[in-house]
Design a protein. Sequence first.
Length: 394
Amino acid sequence: MGPTVRTRRAPRSAISSPTPISVRAPAREDDLTATQPVNLLGLDRAALEAHITAMGERAFRAQQILPWLHQRGVTDFAAMSNIGKALAARLAASAVVTIPEMASEHLSEDGTRKWVLRLADGNAIETVFIPEAERNTLCISSQVGCALDCAFCATAQQGFNRNLTAAEIVGQVWFAEHRLRGERGSPERVISNVVFMGMGEPLLNLKEVGPAIHILLDDLGYGLSRRRVTVSTAGVVPALDRLQEVAPVSLAVSLHAPDDALRDELVPLNKKYRIAELLTACRRYVANDARRRVTFEYAMLAGVNDSVAHARALAHLLRTVPAKVNLIPFNPFPGTSFERSPDAVIDRFRDILLAAGLVAVTRRTRGDSIRAACGQLAGVVKERTRRVVPIHAS
C-alpha cells in the first residue's frame, strides 16, 4: 500500500485540481497596486519607514509595526497597542494586510503539507511545509507558473501568468507560520528555513523577491539567518550578481546535466546562459566567503543523465567550484515521459562524485504522495501565456 494521504479543503470554492482553468484574465501586476491600498505585508523595513514618514509620522513607527505584522501575526491596526489610535486609524484608511487564502490543504503520511493558496486575482499558488527532526522548511513560490519550460518540471508544463508581489511571497510564510503556531498552541517560531523552490524562477522576479528576503532576514520580521534562506535558480546569470548585492543568501542551481548539449534539452534557459558562464557567476557569488558552497540540484532521470559517464563529467565540471551536489530522485507527474533512476543507479552516481572529492547527497523524497515533491508543483494558472525565455532579469 502507498502512504496514507489526508486532504482538507476550505469551506468555499476549494480548488481541487492543479489543472488550469479558463476564467477572466487577471489584472496586470502594476494594476494590482495602482488602485488598491498598499499591502504592508510586502514592505521591508526601509520601504515601511518611507511609507510612514510620507504620512508625516516618525520612522521609528515602522519598527513598532513590523513585529506586530510578522512575529505576532496581528493584521488589525487597532490592535497594535503601541502605535497610537490616530496612526492606527490612518493606516486603516490607507493600507491593508492581505494574506493569501487557503483553498485546500493536503497532508502526507511523512508529515509534509501542501497548501493551495488563492491570491486576490483568483490565481493560485502552492506552498509546501516539510518538517524534519533538525529543521522545519517552507518551500515557497515566486511566480504564478513558470516561463522557463524545463522538460521535467510540472510547473513549467502549466505555463506562466505573472510574477508574485513581495506581499504575496511573504504572505506564504505568514500564512504557514501562524497557522502552524495556532495548531500547536504556542507562540514559538515554527519555520526555521525558507527555500525559493516552489513555482517560478525567483531571479526573474528579483524586484519583489529582494524585499521579501529582507523581511525574512530582518530581526523585526522573521529573523532568519542568511544561510537558512535559499534561492534556487535555473541560471539567470545577470541576476546572480544582483542577488549578491541585494540579499546574499544561500544559492542553489538547477543544473541537471554535465554538458551544454544535454542541458539545452532539459533546461532551455541554458541556450542563453551556458554552463561555463553560469559556473563563473557561481564562483563570484561565493568568492568572499570560504565557508560558502553552491548547491547544485541534479534530477536523476533514468537513461537520460544518470550514466557513469555523466557522473564523471559532472565531477570534472564542478572540480573548481565550492559545491554540494543534491541528487534528486525524479518525481513523476501526469503526462511526463521521464522516469526515476533506480536506487542502485543513483547510489553509483553519488559514489563516483564522492570518490572525486565532491560533497554529494541523495535528497530524500518528501511529499510525493500529495504531489508536493520537487518538480511536482503546478498550482492553478488562470491564463497561459506563450512560454518564452525572458531576455532580461528583473
